[in-house]
Design a protein around this ligand. Structure first.
Ligand code: ADP
Ligand code: MG
Length: 252
C-alpha cells in the first residue's frame, strides 16, 4: 500500500562488504512526523543501514532520498546540514570538553558546516546557543554537570548528552541507534519519556532498537530486518502477531 508524506526513502539499497552481503533490496519509506522503528537480531544490518543513510558508508547500489534530495554521494556533514542528526550505538561525544560545550558544538557545526570546535566566532550567537544548550541540559537533567568534562559522565548520561547534542540542531529527521543500550530500567524509562516529548514536537524519527519495551512504547511503524533484508513492515500490533517476525526475531 502507498505511504503518504514520505520524508525519507531508502530506494533499493544493497551493501556488500567484500563477499558479505550486509543489505539486500532495502526499500524503506519513512513518513513525516512518525517514529519508524527498525528491529532485528544482531548482525541483521541495522547499523549498516543507518550508516548508509547518514553517508558514512556508501551503498553498493541504490539511493537514499530525503525530502526530494538525493543524499547518496554526499558527505556526512552535508547530510547533517540538510536536517538529519543521529545518535550512534556508541556515544560520540567530546570527552575533554565540558558538558555544556558538547551541546554547543553541534549548533555551530550545523550553522558553519564545520565540526571542529570554533566557538568564539561570534559572541552574540554564542550567547543564544549557550542559552538554548542550558535549556536542553535542564530538560535532560544534566544542568548540574554543565561544567564537568563530558568524559566523566556515566554511560546513561553520555547517551542523554548525545541526544541533547542532536536536538540543538533542530533536525527534521532524528536517527537513533539503540538509544537505551546499556541503560538501567530507570534510565531507559527516563529516555523513553524524553523521546515521547520529542515526538510531540512532530520530529520524524528512525529508531533502531533491541529492547521491545522501548520499541512498542514509541514506534508508529516497525520494519523487521533479518539477514540484510526487510522481512516485514507494519503497525506495532501487526508486527507483534506476524509469525515470520516471531520466527526470525521475537521468538528466537
Ligand atoms: P546490526 O547493527 O544489525 O547488529 P551491522 O549492520 O552492524 O548489524 O552488521 C551487519 C553485518 O555486516 C554483520 O555481519 C557485520 O559483521 C557486517 N559488517 C558491518 N560492518 C562491517 C564492515 N565495516 N566491514 C565488514 N563487515 C561489516
Ligand atoms: Mg548495530
Amino acid at each position: 500500500e502507498p505511504v503518504e508524506n514520505v520524508v525519507l526513502h531508502v530506494a533499493d539499497v544493497q551493501k556488500n562488504f567484500g563477499g558479505l552481503r550486509a543489505l539486500s533490496d532495502i526499500d524503506l519509506q519513512v513518513e513525516e512526523g512518525k517514529t519508524h522503528a527498525i528491529i532485528g537480531p544482531n548482525g541483521a544490518g541495522k547499523s549498516t543501514l543507518l550508516n548508509v543513510i547518514i553517508g558514512r558508508i556508501p551503498p553498493t547500489s541504490g539511493a537514499v532520498i530525503f525530502d526530494g534530495t538525493v543524499l547518496t554521494g554526499r558527505a556526512p556533514h552535508e547530510i547533517n546540514q540538510l536536517g538529519i542528526s543521529r545518535v550512534f550505538q556508541t556515544p560520540e561525544i567530546f570527552p575533554d570538553l565540558t558538558v555544556l560545550q558538547n551541546v554547543m558544538v553541534p549548533a555551530f557545526a550545523k550553522r558553519d558546516g564545520d565540526f571542529r570546535v570554533n566557538m568564539l566566532r561570534s559572541v552574540e550567537s554564542e550567547k543564544e546557543i549557550r542559552e538554548e544548550a542550558e535549556h536542553l541540559l535542564e530538560d535532560f537533567g544534566l544542568i548540574g554537570r554543565r561544567d564537568d568534562h563530558a568524559g566523566a559522565l556515566s554511560r546513561g548520561d553520555k547517551r542523554r548528552l548525545e541526544l541533547a547534542m542532536c536536538l540543538i540542531q533542530h533536525p527534521r529527521l532524528l536517527l537513533l541507534d539503540e538509544p537505551t543500550a546499556g541503560m538501567s530500567r530507570h534510565d531507559t524509562n527516563t529516555t523513553i519519556a524524553l523521546l515521547k516529548k520529542i515526538k510531540e514536537r512532530g520530529m520524524t524519527k528512525v529508531i533502531i532498537e533491541h529492547d521491545m519495551h522501548v520499541v512498542f512504547s514509541l514506534a508508529d511503524k516497525i520494519s523487521v530486518l533479518a539477514q540484510g533484508r526487510i522481512i516485514a513492515t507494519g503497525l506495532p500490533h501487526e508486527i507483534k502477531e506476524d509469525p515470520r517476525v516471531q520466527e526470525a526475531y521475537l521468538g528466537g
